[in-house]
Design a protein around this ligand. Structure first.
Ligand SMILES: C[S@@+](CC[C@H](N)C(=O)[O-])C[C@H]1O[C@@H](n2cnc3c(N)ncnc32)[C@H](O)[C@@H]1O
Length: 266
């Protein structure tokens, strides 16, 4: 059982870790597409930063059969999910480290591949994060990042801007989290990496309102708060009602942008 506080990012993810794989299946498919985009090669030592329940690591194992994988994540609950899924996997030595990207205790220049799937947008120090990941890479090594991209989720932002009391933290989180291609290029170049390919994937999804609400509960519990508290439950009920009003025949429709980046260490 996690002892982390719900109001930290890692604590929020710990709180909902056992529901993560069920609620956020798009992250599995994204991790697979990210890993398919890595240049062919031999990657024996792999670092998965913000490894969560291990989807990116699973995709790397399936494609590249590395010898050793290190997963780093500050969330105890997510690491427990990772351990349960991949801890006993044969043919790969798996190490898990409970730490944030900014202060992860990994050896410099010791990884052939760094993957970071759907975690970068939660890092509060993006420049430092890119520098820390670059330090961990061997010369010639590759980094593959996938995160939420600018321009997505506008329909939901419009709903929460319209529900009182206004949740300024939640509204601001979108501006704090979402980035575009030039910003990602800046992080990588500043960290001394050579960008190879950076692209945005834009899609429109149609889902039942309750499926969307569940995804938000699982990935943003630290911002939304504890739904067992009456004032949080009341606020969520108002959000849900407004989303239903604005849903169409295919349910709740929303844009989601995924930002991908591949870079190499010279
Ligand atoms: C949406 S999950 C993604 C998990 C997994 N990589 C995937 O593809 O499904 C985001 C993860 O980032 C982690 N995280 C948040 N802040 C972090 C930080 N500063 N350093 C490293 N990981 C962090 C969270 O604990 C969570 O497990």
């Amino acid at each position: 059982m996690s002892t982390q506080r719900r109001d930290t990012i890692a604590g929020g993810f710990s709180e909902t870790a056992s529901d993560y794989d069920g609620a956020v299946r798009y992250n599995l498919e994204g991790a697979q597409r990210l890993v398919l985009s890595i240049p062919p090669g031999r990657y024996d030592d792999v670092l998965d930063v913000g490894c969560g329940s291990g989807w990116a690591t699973q995709a790397v194992i399936d494609r590249f059969a590395p010898a050793r994988v290190t997963g780093v994540d500050p969330s105890e609950g997510m690491l427990e999910q990772f351990e349960a899924k991949l801890g006993g996997i044969e043919g790969v030595q798996v190490s898990l480290v409970q730490a944030g990207v900014e202060d992860m205790p990994v050896q410099p220049a010791s990884f052939d591949l760094v993957v970071c799937s759907m975690a970068y947008h939660w890092f509060q120090h993006r420049w430092d994060a890119a520098a820390a990941m670059a330090r961990a890479m061997r010369p010639g090594g590759v980094i593959a990042i996938l995160c939420s991209g600018k321009g997505g989720e506008q329909a939901y932002r419009d709903v929460i801007a319209d529900v009182e009391p206004i949740n300024y933290q939640w509204l601001g989180a979108f501006d704090g989290n979402l980035r575009d291609i030039p910003e990602m290029e800046g992080y990588l170049v500043q960290a001394g990496l050579d960008p190879v390919d950076i692209w945005m994937e834009r899609r429109v999804r149609h889902v039942p309102v309750e499926e969307y609400m569940e995804r938000m509960r699982v990935v943003a519990g630290h911002i939304i708060g504890d739904p067992s508290q009456p004032e949080v439950a009341e606020w969520l009920a108002k959000v849900e009602a407004k989303m239903r009003e604005r849903s169409g025949p295919r349910g709740w429709s929303y844009d989601f942008n995924k930002l991908y980046a591949i870079a190499r260490k010279p």
